[in-house]
Design a protein around this ligand. Structure first.
Ligand code: ATP
Ligand code: MG
Length: 457
């Protein structure tokens, strides 16, 4: 969403300047003209969302201007400014379709609220309902899958912040769902109709990042051929998601801290402060506390971001959720593959349970998607999984935090691993390996057969 554009129409210079400055400070884009003809032209060319129209002007008067603007543009919200005692005009204006009126002298704060309400009404009427619904649907809290106690703690913390604008810090390894949680907070909360704007602090060179965040004025540096709004301004009234905030350089950290403290920004190359009102959700895979100790992250910024902390557990620390997640992604991709797949047999599930998931939920999601798309059968077989999963599972140590129902499988895996180790150490001489393990030759033979262990050729 871009910033709202407001057209100020008043033949009095001091009024135009006062209104323009005030509205610019509020973060709006402002156009100002001193007569009706010019106003009509600007409405046609620039399509402002709101027009502030003085009723008493020399030349083409307010009512005539209003009628022509309405003719051109049915969507723009017109707020008329009248002198006290000219209510007759207001009634006429109402008939032509204005949003509201305000009488001089007026309180700018009141005007500001009026504009905000007009813009909100526009957004609500303009929203394609299906798109908004889709977003809300997609990020419904029910779509965050997991019933491990650590996930309940996550839900509890999300619940604490959906209905307010507290700053949130989401931490967790790659693929644990940081962005998912950030979006869920936004789309289930107060600000869900306002913009959700993402800045990836890791992917951009830091000098570009600064103008990405704060915008820049025309000519601020070589290549700044036009004024550019920063993400802070674009997110005004909504949520700004600072992804990988741990990757910011100390210089930008200092600037960000100041912005958060003063709640205003300055575009690069600009001199005027611009007020901003955004909810901040930051995310990082880095251990910020450690970064603070190592002096690569500012302590004061850390405390400002870490108002409500939502740490996301690694998938290997909540393996009991794997079957649920598999079912969730199967359902998701099943509908995309027109119901072709699928069932996950226990052999495959065991492999999934034993893998350590360095890429966490994203890795699991990708694997299910691939298996659904590539698999020819209606079941996902072990050979539909990437080799690192089918192979790594046998050499991974049991993870004691995982569900106890899989103890048997884990013991089997460990046993298999130990037998292979013993055989390798003894050059595949079965009697020696058996001795190492404290079992008989007959038993090692039996187990080798059972687990399909063969001397590599
Ligand atoms: N608990 C969960 N339930 C359902 N889906 C999840 C869950 N956690 C993550 N996902 C899915 O996994 C994928 C990765 O999640 P997301 O992008 O939020 O992770 P991230 O922590 O931001 O990763 P990165 O650090 O790589 O940016 C997304 O498709 C997301 O929908
Ligand atoms: Mg992410």
């Amino acid at each position: 969403m871009s910033l709202a554009k407001i057209l100020v129409v008043d033949d009095e210079l001091s009024m135009r300047e006062m209104l323009s400055n005030f509205l610019k400070n509020e973060g709006y884009r402002v156009l100002a003209v001193d007569n009706g003809e010019e106003a009509v032209a600007r409405v046609r060319d620039e399509e402002p969302q709101v027009v502030l129209l003085d009723m008493k002007m020399a030349g083409m008067d307010g009512i005539e201007t209003l009628a022509q603007i309405r003719e051109l543009n049915k969507d723009t919200s017109i707020i008329i400014i009248t002198a006290y005692g000219t209510m007759g005009n207001v009634v006429e204006a109402m008939k032509l379709g204005i949003y509201d009126y305000i009488t001089k002298p007026f309180d700018v704060e009141k005007l500001k609220r009026l504009i905000e309400r007009a813009l909100k009404a526009q957004r609500l009427s303009k929203q394609v309902p299906s798109l908004q619904q889709k977003l809300e649907e997609k990020y419904r809290l029910e779509n965050i899958v997991g019933k491990n106690p650590q996930m309940f703690e996550v839900y509890k913390r999300i619940g604490k912040v959906v209905d307010n604008k507290a700053t949130v810090l989401v931490t967790g390894e790659t693929g644990t769902g940081k962005e998912l949680v950030a979006r869920a907070i936004h789309f289930n909360g107060l600000l869900k109709e306002r913009p959700f704007v993402v800045v990836d602090c890791a992917s951009l060179p830091q000098d570009i990042l600064e103008s990405e965040l704060f915008g820049h004025e025309k000519g601020a540096f070589t290549g700044a051929i036009a004024k550019k709004l920063g993400k802070f301004e674009i997110a005004h009234g909504g949520t700004l998601f600072l992804d990988e905030v741990g990757n910011l350089t100390l210089a930008i950290q200092a600037k960000l801290l100041r912005v958060l403290q003063e709640k205003q920004i300055q575009r690069v190359g600009g001199t005027k402060p611009i007020k901003i009102n955004v909810r901040i959700i930051a995310a990082t895979h880095r251990d910020l506390e450690k970064a603070v100790k190592e002096n690569s992250f500012r302590e004061d910024l850390y405390y400002r971001l870490n108002v409500v902390l939502i740490p996301l557990p690694a998938l290997r620390r909540r393996k009991d959720d794997i079957p649920l997640l598999v079912e969730h992604f199967l359902r998701q991709y099943r509908s995309e593959s027109k119901g072709k797949i699928k069932y996950v047999p226990p052999e495959t599930m065991n492999l999934l349970m034993n893998y350590s998931w360095p890429g966490n939920v994203r890795e699991l999601e990708n694997i299910i998607e691939r298996a659904v798309v590539m698999g020819k059968e209606s079941t996902i077989l072990p050979e539909d999984l990437p080799s690192e999963i089918s192979e790594a599972s046998y050499i991974s140590y049991p993870d004691l935090t995982a569900g106890k129902t899989f103890l048997k499988q884990r013991v089997v895996n460990l046993e298999r691993k130990l037998i292979i180790e013993a055989l390798e150490k003894t050059g595949w001489v079965q009697t020696k390996a058996a001795k190492l393990l404290g079992i008989s030759r007959r038993i090692i033979r039996y187990k080798m057969q059972k687990y399909g262990i063969e001397k590599p050729s």
